[in-house]
Write a protein that binds this ligand. Structure first.
Ligand SMILES: Cc1ncc(C[n+]2csc(CCOP(=O)(O)OP(=O)(O)O)c2C)c(N)n1
Ligand SMILES: [Mg+2]
Length: 284
């Protein structure tokens, strides 16, 4: 049985004014809008301020190691195909330490919605540069300004074959909830990179900075057009598009896998405690 307003949220350790609040609100709206029972949802994160999200909304949750949100998410989906698997994690967690998992899970196309809270730095560890930090931005560690070329997650995802790529903004929670609903409903890996202001450490990409630049894509954008999506993903200046850039149905991992496609998943198997006990005895 499902009903509205069933997702309880908890007191957070985030700073007043943090963009994470808008993302949490959008997530709750999306889950309730899709009428998903908390029992059927798993939210995972790694380590960081953003990856605390799974702890603040009541459903199944798991927080792993820094950069390691994707592997347990893949595992959860594989043992129980009936669960909706969602990652809420940071830009550092997803594209830096977890960059390798990000790339290769796009190729595997496991059915996961990945919501990246992109505040363009490492907030939990006090503001060092992340892969998406803008060139020249001064941080407590990059005292002469970040010298690396920023990572473009949308372009990388499109270039690696992702079937669903979107961008949102924490300051537009209703718009963001719409993107999240589409990403959760998409069958396969779905990336939503979410601009998120960090009031404490990012004095460059502020709420006002994002708010004056983002514009919402309308129906005139053909979301099946990869070249158009790539052109939009490259726009990062005075104007930055938000919305679904690209959506293309393609077979997900489970439907291509011999056992998983026939529904033979671990969660559905009988558990013989005697077999488990025998295995345990061999290990001790
Ligand atoms: C292997 C490893 N490397 C580094 C750290 C330290 N660390 C914890 S969170 C974090 C950065 C988090 O940044 P991000 O993922 O962008 O999340 P945010 O705090 O910005 O929301 C770092 C470097 C760690 N815990 N483990
Ligand atoms: Mg971050």
């Amino acid at each position: 049985m499902t009903q509205q307003h069933i997702y309880q949220t908890h007191e957070t350790a985030w700073c007043p004014g943090c963009g994470n609040f808008g993302i949490l609100e959008a997530l709750k709206m999306a889950l309730e809008g899709l009428n998903l029972d908390p029992h059927d949802v798993v939210i995972l994160g790694g380590i960081g301020q953003a990856p605390k999200t799974p702890q603040y909304i009541e459903c199944n949750s798991f927080c792993g190691l820094h950069g390691r949100a994707v592997p347990p998410a893949v595992a959860v989906k594989m043992v129980n195909l009936n669960l909706k698997v969602i990652i809420n994690s940071g830009d550092g967690d997803s594209y830096g330490e977890g960059g390798n998992h990000f790339l290769h899970n796009i190729r595997r196309n496991v059915d996961i919605a990945h919501f990246v809270h992109d505040n363009q730095l490492y907030a939990l560890t006090k503001g060092q540069a992340s892969p998406t930090t803008m060139e020249g931005m001064v941080t407590p560690v990059q005292v002469e300004g970040s010298m690396s070329i920023p990572f473009n997650p949308l372009l990388v995802a499109l270039g690696t074959g992702a079937g669903f790529v979107a961008r949102g903004f924490s300051g537009r929670p209703e718009h963001l909830a719409g993107l999240m609903k589409r990403a959760i409903s998409y069958r396969g890996y779905a990336l939503v990179d979410i601009f998120q202001n960090c009031v404490t450490f990012n004095k460059l990409n502020t709420y006002a900075w994002y708010n004056s630049r983002v514009y919402e894509l309308d129906d005139s954008h053909d979301t099946s057009d990869l070249a158009a999506a790539m052109a939009l993903a490259s726009q990062f200046g005075e104007q930055i598009p938000i919305g679904v850039l690209y959506e293309k149905p393609q077979p997900d991992y489970n439907s291509r896998h011999a056992q998983l496609s026939s529904g033979q998943v671990l969660a559905g198997r009988d558990n013989d405690p005697e077999v488990v006990a025998r295995l345990m005895r061999q290990l001790v």
